[in-house]
Design a binder for this molecule. Structure first.
Ligand SMILES: *[C@@H]1O[C@H](CO)[C@@H](O)[C@H](O)[C@H]1NC(C)=O
Ligand SMILES: *[C@@H]1O[C@H](CO)[C@@H](O)[C@H](O)[C@H]1NC(C)=O
Ligand SMILES: *[C@@H]1O[C@H](CO)[C@@H](O)[C@H](O)[C@H]1NC(C)=O
Ligand SMILES: *[C@@H]1O[C@H](CO)[C@@H](O)[C@H](O)[C@H]1NC(C)=O
Length: 750
């Protein structure tokens, strides 16, 4: 069990030299229209087969965006996809933010500048392993609100935000018909999974959401994912590991895969999931083989959950996702390279794929089949008159046998297909690509781990076997236990955690006073019982203090608490510190989910019966003192009264640390190894790099080798058993080089 909770912040001095990427005025393309038919999106009059790369703009920094977009393009993407993040854009009702990592317009413009299209999934519920599924926490406080159903207050708020986004994009001329890159929009998100919980009101809500979206006159098609009853012109789309069997709800709509799960997320104390690229390529080839037309990687780059944006319960700060571009913005090989080859092969087939209305199916064996796309097409003559007719032919040969290779005959020629693989024949004769034959180079890019230093301080790690330890300059300051400001208030009874914190902090202190008589003590001694704190249900972390001493810690998601406690005769301060570790992002009735405690909360084992704690008077305090004083910023840090940390110091339950360090040379990404720390949050240059928590994954459940064959599930091909789920925290900031200011010294505060 983790007792010491440490908080960290890291600061780099003299970092004001960020390169601003100039964004040209809108006008990326000539204006073009987007429509669709049963086969594909029709872009500027032509059907297209499209590869889309999911990148969530706030999970990277603006400094990283151009490189990520360039690497997506080089990898063969035609489209960049993202959600919008309502709670990032409207942290306070009516006060919008579109700056820094939330500069949606800049991100879309960069995509357009690079010649790629954009798919924006507005939601505004987005799930996304993002705090509260993207909903601002203030939304809970709108009177009478029920989320994601036929509820007037919710619909009013949702419409206001979606309208705001669409209007902004239109003003910035970012839609295709304005010469911008946006070709497709999404309303809602996987509501089909929840609809039944809402009965008829759910069905009415779907119709309302569709009409509302169409009414905004964005001028491009809309999709709803996992929504088999998507009405009218809205295209229902597939999210899954495999979508090759997917059929939209109308023969006039194209088959679109909005989320191809190329990896998975993980929780504190979880293993790390990996999806083998051979299986991923198989799934994609099968999708295009069987009539699919647009596939989006969820994620092409996963990135980082900075600050407290991570969803929950308990999702880690890294959102690497085992994506083709890793958390540090580096190519993850062989994944990226193999998929690039796949995209190139699909591109070669595009003329036939778009020309044929339907593939021709051929059974080649018990578990082998071919789909052939053939058509006569008219090609344009030099002076743009229809001049000649030419036939195009592309084929996909699949072996869906999980165990054995197969040799098949296709149009008189023999082909050997490895198990669970697809061969792509752009000319119906020659194999350009087989999904199971990985040609891309494997590059080992991760670092040697530095030996843990004796004192619990973080290491600075670079991703090329370079490790530099942070020097001797550690400072620390203890965080007070309990009530620390005049903003505290007293209330008779237990308040709901989020109702009090409004999620402005993970932390909520509750303090009350308990009287223990001589009789109680005698009762405990005679009966050999100890008083016990019993809470029916709580989330996510609870720490119990008596007279300032930590007595117990519990963590879990809506778990029962049975915590023995000890009191001395007389009055004692009982402090309950309730903490959230990422708000729920999935499920129905999110507005009711809340945090903190539920049900009965009492002290048992007293001579005169249980003490019902929910009837007592409690003093409440939101957050930590250092957090509210912002001692992690250059401006405010001196408020804290730092003292030099001694090597043999026993850390108190809550301690802030800071130190200075030299920025490493070179251009490699830098990460902090916080593996020697407990649980907390870290800041760099006043920038919140995320929560950390040194929880270890179970010892079992990992496989030494990973068999790509057969249907994937996230328990397959796990790694990292018995190791901390995350010990590296990406310092995503571009470092500046020394410019002759006397130091290259940087500051780390932890
Ligand atoms: C797009 O469609 C609209 C409405 O049909 C039409 O007025 C406009 O000219 C089209 N634009 C282009 C670039 O084809
Ligand atoms: C355009 O093509 C037609 C038919 O092939 C031909 O007769 C004509 O001379 C061409 N015009 C030009 C300007 O090349
Ligand atoms: C708690 O709030 C009260 C009332 O504002 C104030 O008098 C008291 O000093 C506060 N306690 C602390 C520890 O700041
Ligand atoms: C939270 O506050 C709202 C109104 O302020 C109230 O209606 C609701 O019951 C509270 N929730 C809980 C669980 O106490």
């Amino acid at each position: 069990m983790m007792v010491s909770e440490k908080r960290a912040f890291v600061q780099l001095l003299s970092l004001y030299l960020f390169i601003q990427f100039s964004v040209t005025a809108a006008k990326f393309f000539e204006p073009f229209n987007v429509t669709y038919d049963h086969r594909a999106l029709i872009i500027d009059g032509k059907r297209r087969m499209l590869i889309s790369a999911g990148i969530h703009y706030p999970r990277a920094t603006p400094q990283m965006w151009p490189d990520l977009i360039a690497k997506s393009k080089e990898g063969g993407a035609d489209v960049i996809e993202s959600y919008t993040f309502w709670n990032g854009h409207e942290p306070v009702r009516g006060q919008y933010t579109f700056e820094g990592r939330f500069d949606l317009v800049k991100f879309v413009k960069l995509v357009g500048d690079s010649g790629l299209y954009f798919l924006l999934r507005i939601g505004p519920y987005v799930c996304a392993e993002w705090n509260f599924g993207g909903f601002p926490v203030w939304l809970r406080d709108v009177p009478g609100i029920e989320f994601r159903t036929d509820n007037e207050p919710f619909k009013r708020e949702m419409q206001r935000f979606v309208t705001k986004i669409v209007d902004l994009l239109r003003e910035e001329k970012l839609f295709s018909w304005q010469g911008g890159p946006i070709i497709l929009l999404q309303i809602e998100n996987e509501y089909g999974n929840m609809e039944r919980s809402y009965g008829q009101k759910g069905k009415d809500y779907v119709k309302w959401a569709a009409n509302m979206a169409l009414g905004l006159r964005a001028g491009v098609p809309w999709v709803m994912c996992k929504q088999t009853d998507a009405p009218g012109d809205i295209i229902d789309t597939c999210n899954d590991y495999y979508c090759d069997g997917y059929k939209p709800n109308s023969p006039n709509k194209p088959t679109i895969w909005t989320e191809n799960w190329d990896g998975w997320y993980t929780s504190w104390g979880g293993r790390l999931p990996h999806r083998p690229v051979e299986d991923l390529a198989f799934a994609i080839a099968r999708f295009f083989q069987r009539g699919g037309s647009l596939m989006n990687y969820y994620m092409y780059f996963g990135g980082t959950n900075f600050g407290r944006t991570s969803g929950g319960p308990f999702y880690i700060t890294s959102y690497d996702y085992d994506a083709p571009i890793d958390e540090y913005g580096l190519l993850s090989e062989p994944k990226w390279g193999h998929l690039k080859d796949l995209h190139a092969a699909i591109r070669l087939c595009e003329p036939a794929l778009v020309a044929a209305d339907l593939p021709r199916y051929m059974k080649l064996g018990p578990k082998q089949e071919a789909h052939l796309y053939w058509a006569n097409i008219q090609t344009n003559g030099l002076n743009n008159t229809l001049s000649e007719s030419q036939s195009v032919c592309s084929a996909f040969l699949a072996n869906i046998d999980e165990h054995k290779a197969a040799t098949v005959t296709f149009r008189g020629k023999s082909y050997t297909l490895p198990p669970w693989s697809v061969s792509i024949l752009p000319d119906c004769r020659n194999t350009a690509f087989n999904t199971a034959k990985v040609g891309a180079q494997t590059s080992v890019k991760l670092v040697e781990h530095a030996l843990s230093p004796k004192i619990s301080v973080p290491e600075l790690v670079m991703t090329k076997n370079e490790v530099s330890s942070i020097p001797e300059s550690w400072m620390s300051v203890n965080e007070p236990i309990g009530i620390w400001s005049v903003n505290n208030f007293t209330f008779q009874g237990m308040l709901e955690h989020l109702n009090v914190t409004k999620d402005e902090s993970d932390y909520l202190w509750h303090m009350t006073r308990i009287y223990v008589s001589d009789e109680d003590i005698t009762f405990w001694e005679e009966n050999q019982v100890s008083p016990t704190l019993v809470i029916d249900s709580m989330r996510d972390v609870l720490r119990v203090f008596i007279n300032g001493q930590l007595t117990g810690s519990v963590s879990g998601h809506w778990v029962k608490v049975v915590q023995p406690v000890q009191f001395q005769q007389g009055y004692s301060d009982l402090i309950l510190l309730s903490q959230t570790v990422g708000l729920q992002n999935y499920g129905a009735f999110l507005e009711k989910d809340g945090a903190g405690f539920r049900g009965q909360i009492k002290l048992t084992g007293f001579k005169n019966g249980d003490i019902d704690l929910s009837k007592l008077s409690w003093t409440y305090q939101v957050g930590l003192k250092g957090e509210f004083q912002k001692i992690f910023t250059i401006e405010e840090n001196e408020k804290a009264g730092w003292t030099k940390l001694k090597r043999d110091a026993t850390p108190s339950t809550f301690t802030w640390y800071k130190a200075y360090f030299d920025a490493p040379d070179g251009k490699e990404p830098v990460a902090f190894d916080l593996g020697s720390m407990g649980k907390g949050q870290a800041w760099v240059n006043g920038h919140h790099i995320g929560r950390y928590w040194n929880l270890v994954a179970p010892k079992d459940g990992c496989s030494k080798s990973c068999d790509y064959r057969g249907a994937y599930n996230p328990n397959k091909c796990m790694t990292n058993c018995g190791k901390p789920t995350q010990s590296w925290y990406y310092l995503h900031w571009k470092r500046t080089t020394y410019r002759g200011h006397g130091y290259r010294q940087q500051t780390i505060y932890l």
